[in-house]
Structures are given as structure tokens and as C-alpha cells.
Ligand binder design. Structure first.
Ligand SMILES: Cc1cc2nc3c(=O)[nH]c(=O)nc-3n(C[C@H](O)[C@H](O)[C@H](O)COP(=O)(O)OP(=O)(O)OC[C@H]3O[C@@H](n4cnc5c(N)ncnc54)[C@H](O)[C@@H]3O)c2cc1C
Ligand SMILES: *[C@@H]1O[C@H](CO)[C@@H](O)[C@H](O)[C@H]1NC(C)=O
Ligand SMILES: *[C@@H]1O[C@H](CO)[C@@H](O)[C@H](O)[C@H]1NC(C)=O
Length: 571
């Protein structure tokens, strides 16, 4: 009988995993379970709307073996979300994944099968059971909206989360709506505001004083050069500390052992920060000055809130002029009638309130105990004490190691520490639950993908997909003790917290160091990681998804897999 594989989630990561699995092992019986009505998750038809753009430009957010056709001929334009949705559909069809997706199928519970080997996947409120040999969880980090608890029983307008802007788009742009209040400081708030003002609405933008604040608003261009390309070059990545490199650059810039290198490095980030701040002109208007990021000194280096690339740069002018946008640094106390009441005693009119208040990372389908045991995010207050104590100890050791290796990270800038509500993901290689590695033979039946946030979702997703298939089919052998792997995970989480401050406490953030991480994953599965024709281009040219074209075929060649071959039996 063929191996039964279930992938939960038809978003960017789930599609990559399913497509890669089918490419490597033609005979698997693979199904994707998706609670939504269309493909794409973040980019599903329900969630996208006309002027939503990806924060990446053409050629940078796509799968390696199929380009997104460039609209209007400008490769440096940001890719429209609607286009990404259409592209994902075509991609899924091309690789035979589409017909394997079951839409409107929510996984409500995952438990171990009685045989201790397979997984029981319960769907649609436990009305149906599917059992599989291999389970890939790709449920994303933006599936469960956080709604603030604000008294609003007597509010007469509509209230919804920014996740639902796609379904509410016709309403919010209709003549019935004149005043919209947007609550939250992140990129989703900015996107929502842009849609409102360009449709003639008046927006009251309310950002709490006590939260993470507003991300640095990045124009993404400096001296006519596209900055994201620099960040995805190997040279650009060397300007960031990484656990996975130990070369001359690390010694010169991050080890604290080379005075000149360290000084130059810090000068560079100081200059990058001022140019970032001058681009947006925070001091030009009262409204914009209210959006100054919390971390000013070397703010371009320290990332404390998810960065926001200004995909619609004219939003800056809208904010400066204050004609249709009023910025408030307040907390909303309650909503009543057609008014929004703020904590400074003021109130304003609103026909609709959009909560751009982010997402919860909890994995809903696993029980609390199982989740805590597997290393999934668990509410801190409910984490079993022995698990909490063990990881506190491991992460304290990890933290010491991080500060020793990267002295700069030992001196964080002054910032307000936000309360941490959940434990982080604690997975080996960010994918495999550690308890499954404790036996004599690793249990290869369960993998999580898409648990990390990185600069290149596309490149990361394909590297993780191929690694997952290699792992599940028994082609990677850790050769390490469980204690060593736990230590690795602890160091990695400690690094994220030092490097990305509040963000690193919430997510497995691996933003700027994704390239060395991808290198590592590919090396482990025997695929070439340096993919440019020569050393110079390898150092300076940006890495884009297309550079990884043909990776799956290379992998198959390395491992002697011809099409149609069954899983190799584990040694
Ligand atoms: C508005 C917005 C803009 C963004 N822009 C960018 C960008 O420009 N660049 C970038 O790199 N990243 C961006 N991101 C991050 C983006 O989420 C990732 O790039 C990527 O799409 C994540 O893919 P994923 O597959 O991990 O998750 P998702 O796209 O969230 O997919 C997860 C899927 O799992 C399904 N699912 C969840 N739970 C269940 C369940 N229990 N049963 C069945 N199905 C389930 C969901 O319905 C969803 O379809 C953006 C995110 C948002 C919200
Ligand atoms: C509400 O909208 C009207 C017209 O669109 C505008 O004149 C008014 O100033 C707005 N009020 C607030 C509080 O934004
Ligand atoms: C900021 O916005 C308010 C309200 O729209 C406006 O009255 C004020 O003039 C703006 N401030 C500046 C400096 O433009």
C-alpha cells in the first residue's frame, strides 16, 4: 500500500510541501486539507483585495520553477496579492496538487493513532476521521486573528479584523461608510488605511502607546537601488549575525574580536538608520511624528516590530497632510453608538472599526498537553511546570552562548518588553518535534513547516519542503543525541530573542539570516547551496527563488531516485 500523506493547509508552505512530495515520490497518496474556500491562505481569494500588494517585487516572491508574469513590464513593482492568488492556483494545477485539495475542510483535532505510528486527523468538528502515515502541518502564522476585548455591544457600525478586509472590501468602500477607525500599528493597519483613504474615507488611526509601536516605515529604495535585493545577497546577509556562519566576516563584524570591523559595522547601521528616517521625514508633520518607531538609535539594525515596506509610498503624503488621516496614540476604551471612545477622554465618529491587531500562533488542532510536549506554542500560564523549567534552563544556557558569540546582542537598546503570552515553537530544524527524536529510530511521521518568519518566504518554503520530504522518506540521519538537538533549538530561540527583541519572543524570527539557514538545510540533503556561477556573483548578486530552479531534480539524482520509486526502507 502506498504511503498516506496529509498536508494541513493550502497556503504558500503547504503547496510547496505537497508539490515537492509528489515530485519526489510519485506514488504517495497525498491529500491537502484546507479550511478555506480557495487556495493561498494569506493569498486566498477571500483574503485579498484590489490594492493589496506583497512586500516583495516581481521575481522575489514566487516558486523557483515558475515565474509570475510581470504586469506592466516593471520588474521592480510590488506583486499584487490578487496576482499571487491566481499564480498559486495555476501552480497547483500544473503540479497536480489542486485536485488533491479538499477545501472547506477544517482539521479540528489531531491525535496519535492507537498503533503509535500513524496520526488520526479529525475534520469538520470531528465528523470525519482520516488516518495518515505522514502528517505535514502548514497552518501558517496568520490563521487565528487576535481580537482585543473592547466593550462594543452598543456600537452601531461594523467591527472586523484586518484578516477579513477581503470579504468586507465592498462594504468598506461603499458610500454608506464615511469614517473608519483602524486600531493597530503594523503593516496590516497601513494596508487597511490605504484602502480606505484612496476610496475617499476618513480614517482615525489609533495606535496604543504601550504596545510595540509602529514599525519603521521602509521605502525599500536607497540611491535608486532596491534594498531588499541587497538583503537577499550573501554579502548583505553577512552584515547580520548568524548562528550558522563562522567565517572571516563573522570574526570581523560580529565576534567583538576585531575593533575596526565592529566599529565600521556599527557606523554602517547608524547611517542606514538615518537614511531610513530621513526618507520618511518623521519630523515634517505632527501626524507623522506620532509614528516615530520606539527604537531610534540604530533602529535599522534592531528589529522589534515586523518591518513594513511601504508598498504604496504615497501613504506617507496622506499621513503628513492629515487631511483624511488623523493619528492617535491612544487605547480604545469602548465603542458606543457611532462613536469610538479613547483613553484620553476624546471620542470620534466611526461607521466601521478595523482591528489590525495581529494573530495568535497557537496550533488549534493539538491538545494543550500534546502541543506543550511536542514543542508547539502553548499559553505560558498553562505550560506544564516541568516543561517550562526544562526550557528555562536550556534557554538560559543558550542565551549565555549567544551573548558570548555575539557581544553586540548582549547590549540591546532601551525598549519596552512586551508581555509574552505563549511559548515559542521548539522544533528541531524548526520542523521536527524533539520528542519524536528520542527513540533509537527517529519517528519521521510529523513535521511542521512555515513556523519561521524570514526575509524570503519563497526560498525558505522550498528548502523546508525538500528537507521535509528527505526527512520523512528516511534520507536524513541526525547523528546527534537528543540533548544536542535540544541544545541547538534552545540556542536558536535564545538568538531570536536577542536579535529580534519582542518579535523574537513571539515568533521564530530568522529574518536576515535566512540564507545561511537555507544553505544548511540544503547541505544536509545533498543539494548545492551556492547556486551562482562564480564566487563574485555568489557574494554580491541577490538570491532569488529562480536560483533554486531544478533543486528537486538534483536531489533525486543525488539520492538515486528515479520517477515512480517507492520510499526507501530505512536502514
Ligand atoms: C496581509 C498579509 C500580507 C503579507 N505579506 C507578505 C509579504 O509581502 N511577503 C512575505 O514574505 N510574507 C507576507 N506575509 C506573510 C505570509 O503569511 C507568508 O508569506 C506566507 O503566505 C505564509 O504561508 P503559510 O502557508 O505558512 O500560511 P498561510 O498562508 O496562512 O496558510 C495556512 C493555511 O492553513 C489553513 N489552515 C489553518 N488551520 C487549519 C485547520 N485547522 N484545518 C485546515 N486548514 C487550516 C488556512 O486556512 C490557510 O489556508 C503576509 C501576511 C499577511 C497576513
Ligand atoms: C467623517 O467623515 C466626514 C466626511 O467624509 C468628515 O467630514 C469628517 O471630518 C469625518 N469625521 C471624523 C471624526 O473623521
Ligand atoms: C494632523 O492631523 C490633524 C487632523 O487631521 C490636522 O488637524 C493637523 O493639522 C495635522 N497636523 C499637521 C502638522 O499636519
Amino acid at each position: 500500500m502506498s504511503t498516506k500523506v496529509i498536508v494541513i493547509g493550502a497556503g504558500w508552505f503547504g503547496l510547496a510541501a505537497a508539490k515537492t512530495y509528489l515530485q519526489v515520490e510519485r506514488n504517495v497518496d497525498l491529500t491537502i486539507l484546507e479550511s478555506g474556500e480557495t487556495i493561498g491562505g494569506t493569498w486566498s481569494r477571500e483574503r485579498v483585495y484590489p490594492n493589496l500588494l506583497a512586500q516583495q517585487r516581481y521575481g522575489r516572491y514566487e516558486y523557483s520553477d515558475r515565474n509570475i508574469e510581470i504586469e506592466g513590464g516593471n520588474r521592480n513593482a510590488f506583486v499584487p496579492a490578487l496576482k499571487i492568488h491566481a499564480y498559486m492556483n495555476e501552480y497547483a494545477e500544473e503540479f497536480g496538487v489542486k485536485e488533491r485539495i479538499r477545501f472547506k475542510t477544517a482539521v479540528t483535532r489531531v491525535v496519535r493513532n492507537e498503533d503509535g505510528k500513524r496520526w488520526d486527523v479529525w475534520i469538520n468538528d470531528d465528523s470525519e476521521l482520516m488516518t495518515c502515515d505522514r502528517l505535514i502541518v502548514a497552518t501558517g502564522l496568520t490563521s487565528k486573528p487576535i481580537l482585543p476585548r473592547i466593550p462594543s455591544e452598543d456600537f452601531t457600525g461594523r467591527i472586523f479584523h484586518s484578516r477579513d478586509l477581503g470579504t468586507q472590501y465592498d462594504y468598506i468602500t461603499s458610500p454608506a461608510v464615511k469614517n473608519v477607525t483602524v486600531y493597530g500599528g503594523g503593516k496590516s493597519a497601513i494596508d487597511a488605511i490605504y484602502s480606505c483613504v484612496t476610496n475617499g474615507k476618513h480614517v482615525n488611526w489609533v495606535v496604543r502607546k504601550g504596545g510595540g509601536g509602529v514599525p519603521p516605515l521602509l521605502t525599500g529604495v536607497a540611491n535608486g537601488k532596491v534594498l531588499d535585493d541587497f538583503a537577499t545577497s550573501r554579502f548583505g546577509s553577512k552584515l547580520h549575525p548568524s548562528l550558522h556562519t563562522n567565517d572571516w566576516w563573522h570574526w570581523a563584524l560580529h565576534s567583538g574580536k576585531n575593533f575596526l570591523g565592529q566599529w565600521l559595522h556599527w557606523k554602517y547601521w547608524g547611517r542606514a538608520t538615518s537614511s531610513m528616517q530621513t526618507n520618511v521625514e518623521y519630523t515634517k508633520s505632527e501626524n507623522m511624528s506620532k509614528l516615530t518607531p520606539n527604537i531610534v538609535d540604530h533602529g535599522a539594525y534592531w528589529i522589534n516590530v515586523g518591518p513594513a515596506v511601504l508598498t504604496q509610498p504615497d501613504i506617507v503624503d496622506w499621513i503628513h497632510c492629515g487631511c483624511q488621516i488623523t493619528v492617535h496614540r491612544n487605547t480604545i476604551e469602548n465603542l458606543e453608538g457611532d462613536r469610538v471612545h479613547l483613553d484620553d477622554g476624546s471620542s470620534h465618529r466611526a461607521d466601521a472599526v478595523i482591528y489590525a491587531t495581529g494573530y495568535d500562533v497557537i496550533q488549534p488542532a493539538f491538545s494543550l498537553e500534546e502541543g506543550a510536549n511536542l514543542g508547539l506554542p502553548t499559553p505560558v500560564k498553562q505550560c506544564p511546570p516541568e516543561i517550562a523549567a526544562k526550557w528555562d534552563r536550556l534557554e538560559a544556557i543558550g542565551d549565555k552562548e549567544v551573548v558570548e558569540r555575539f557581544p553586540r546582542l548582549g547590549k540591546p537598546p532601551p525598549h519596552k518588553k512586551l508581555p509574552v503570552s505563549c511559548t515559542p515553537y521548539r522544533l528541531w530544524r524548526d520542523m521536527v518535534p524533539l520528542p519524536l527524536l528520542s527513540g533509537e529510530k527517529p519517528d519521521r511521521s510529523l513535521v511542521f513547516v512555515g513556523t519561521v518568519k524570514s526575509y524570503s518566504t519563497s526560498i525558505m518554503s522550498e528548502a523546508m519542503a525538500l528537507w521535509t520530504v528527505a526527512w520523512m522518506s528516511g534520507r536524513i540521519h541526525p547523528g546527534k543525541s537528543l540533548a544536542e538537538m535540544e541544545h541547538e533549538v534552545a540556542v536558536s530561540n535564545a538568538f531570536a530573542r536577542r536579535r529580534y527583541l519582542n518579535l523574537g519572543h513571539k515568533f521564530t524570527y530568522q529574518f536576515y539570516e535566512f540564507l545561511p539557514i537555507v544553505d544548511n538545510l540544503l547541505r544536509e540533503i545533498g543539494v548545492k547551496s551556492q547556486r551562482k556561477p562564480d564566487a563574485i556573483t555568489d557574494l554580491f548578486e541577490p538570491y532569488v527563488p529562480e536560483d533554486y530552479r531544478g533543486m528537486v531534480e538534483e536531489f533525486k539524482k543525488t539520492h538515486g531516485i528515479s520517477n515512480g520509486e517507492e520510499i526507501k526502507k530505512e536502514k
